[in-house]
Design a protein around this ligand. Structure first.
Ligand SMILES: Nc1nc2c(ncn2[C@@H]2O[C@H](COP(=O)(O)OP(=O)(O)OP(=O)(O)O)[C@@H](O)[C@H]2O)c(=O)[nH]1
Ligand SMILES: [Mg+2]
Length: 419
């Protein structure tokens, strides 16, 4: 196992910053998720960043000393490093030195399974590397190999700028082909008109556990960050008989590297198709507000801030002091506290989902001519038929129909509305 020394940094002149304890605990979770053994976590609060080493020279020496004492393989900085800073630090410390972005990219490379996921990660990795290529080429696998040095795709150690650009263009074209293919699948789904509910939230909030609980899917779950990279959709029947699709997707993180958001945009854009978002928050995590904010800012970036959203406070089984429930009720908009693990309050969540979709339905009684049987089929597929009578004068149907479907067919002269 690779032994890593973590350096958690807060720079006072940085605009948005988390509390240093939160930066440091998240860095540790990320390092463990990348398979590192954490030898120590050094806190470093600086007034301003320096161009050569990011932090002061004295602090670099202190880190070097501890790294020698502990015999670590790798040093991981919580703050992004420029190419120059990284090279200087590596030289001074005599060890592979990586930043948070590389660490996250590393986790993503490990987790990517589908061909599309792999391409997205490789694209993000190459875009991160491109401005860091020195001279003609870069040695990808620097000192020691391991975390943060995984080459994209092949194990070639040296790549040059032109090759990288060519590869980036190829990956973009291939990902576009995936996107187009996905659009046709979506059209098919829209043809079925099943409402789509998307589970979103910070990594490790419990989205996949919730999908499994609701739909008996067998999506992998774990306490490591970014367990899920590939989206998965499952159908689910609400107690009133309405079928919906629930989908699980990649988790969010604060300051998610921009290249990753770019590369995963196609996956994340699927959220645009959703009729309802379920924002899963881990209520047992002290960083709940920071997580909430991070998710909101990714949603903003994707232009999804106005999507109808249900806030779910998950892991209530871990919160022994239930007075927190009241506190959070006032802080989040009408949240539902549940435990995806034990199943507690699952029925309340299902009820709320059902209520949301019912509010989008119209209750009607109509009569259609016998020759329009295809409408009956359509209603069985896309609406909820409560009663159907085959009368002399036509087919009488009492149904609940999505407003959107109704407005599409309301011009049909064969449909007579009784009430
Ligand atoms: N105690 C408790 N643990 C939970 C609950 N829901 C999820 N977990 C645990 O939290 C960890 C993360 O759960 P996942 O379902 O993998 O989280 P996720 O949101 O899908 O995470 P990513 O795929 O990494 O974005 C796992 O170890 C789950 O067992 C819950 O209600 N209570
Ligand atoms: Mg997951």
């Amino acid at each position: 196992m690779e032994k890593a020394l973590l350096v958690s940094i807060q720079i006072k002149t940085d605009k948005h910053h988390w509390r240093i304890e939160d930066i440091s605990s998240e860095l540790e979770e990320l390092a463990v998720s990348a398979g590192a053994e954490v030898a120590g976590n050094i806190i470093c609060i600086c007034d301003k960043a320096t161009a050569n080493y990011l932090i002061g020279k004295g602090k670099v020496e202190e880190i070097g000393f501890i790294a020698n004492e502990e015999g670590v393989d790798t040093i991981i900085f919580s703050h992004d490093l420029s190419g120059t800073q990284q090279r200087n630090l590596e030289e001074s410390l005599g060890r592979k030195t990586i930043d948070r972005t590389q660490l996250i990219l590393d986790i993503f490379s490990r987790r990517a399974k589908s061909p599309e996921g792999k391409m997205q990660v490789e694209l993000a990795l190459l875009q991160y590397l491109l401005p860091r290529l020195v001279g003609k080429g870069i040695v990808l696998s620097r000192l020691g190999g391991g975390i943060g040095t995984r080459g994209p795709g092949e194990t070639k150690l040296e790549i040059d700028r032109r090759q990288v650009r060519k590869r980036i263009a190829k990956l973009k074209a291939d990902l576009e082909a995936f996107r187009l293919h996905r659009l046709t699948t979506h059209k098919k789904r829209k043809g079925n008109n099943l409402p789509l509910v998307a589970l979103i939230g910070y990594t490790s909030a419990g989205k996949s556990t919730l999908l499994n609980r609701l739909t008996s899917a067998s999506q992998a779950t774990s306490e490591r960050l970014f367990t899920t990279l590939d989206p998965l959709s499952k159908s689910f029947q609400l107690p009133n008989g309405q079928n919906i699709i629930i989908s699980d997707t990649v988790g969010f993180l604060h300051e998610l590297p921009h290249h990753l958001i770019e590369a995963f945009k196609a996956t994340l854009e699927e959220l645009r198709e959703a009729d309802l978002l379920i924002h899963v928050l881990d209520m047992a995590d002290q960083r709940i507000h920071q997580h909430n904010q991070a998710v909101e800012s990714v949603l903003d970036e994707l232009g999804l801030q106005d999507k109808p959203t249900l806030v779910v406070l998950n892991k209530m089984d871990l919160v022994l002091d239930r007075s927190w429930l009241q506190v959070y009720k006032n802080e989040f908009s009408d949240p539902i506290a549940i435990s995806a693990k034990t199943g507690e309050k699952m029925e309340t969540l299902i009820e709320r989902i059902e209520k949301y979709f019912s509010s989008l339905m119209l209750s009607l009684k109509i009569i259609i001519p016998h020759k329009r049987m295809e409408l009956v089929n359509l209603f069985y597929r896309q609406a909820k038929v409560n009663k159907i009578d085959y009368l002399q004068e036509g087919i009488s149907i009492s149904l609940e129909i999505p407003r959107e479907l109704f407005s599409r067919i309301s011009q049909d002269k064969d449909i007579k509305i009784i009430c």
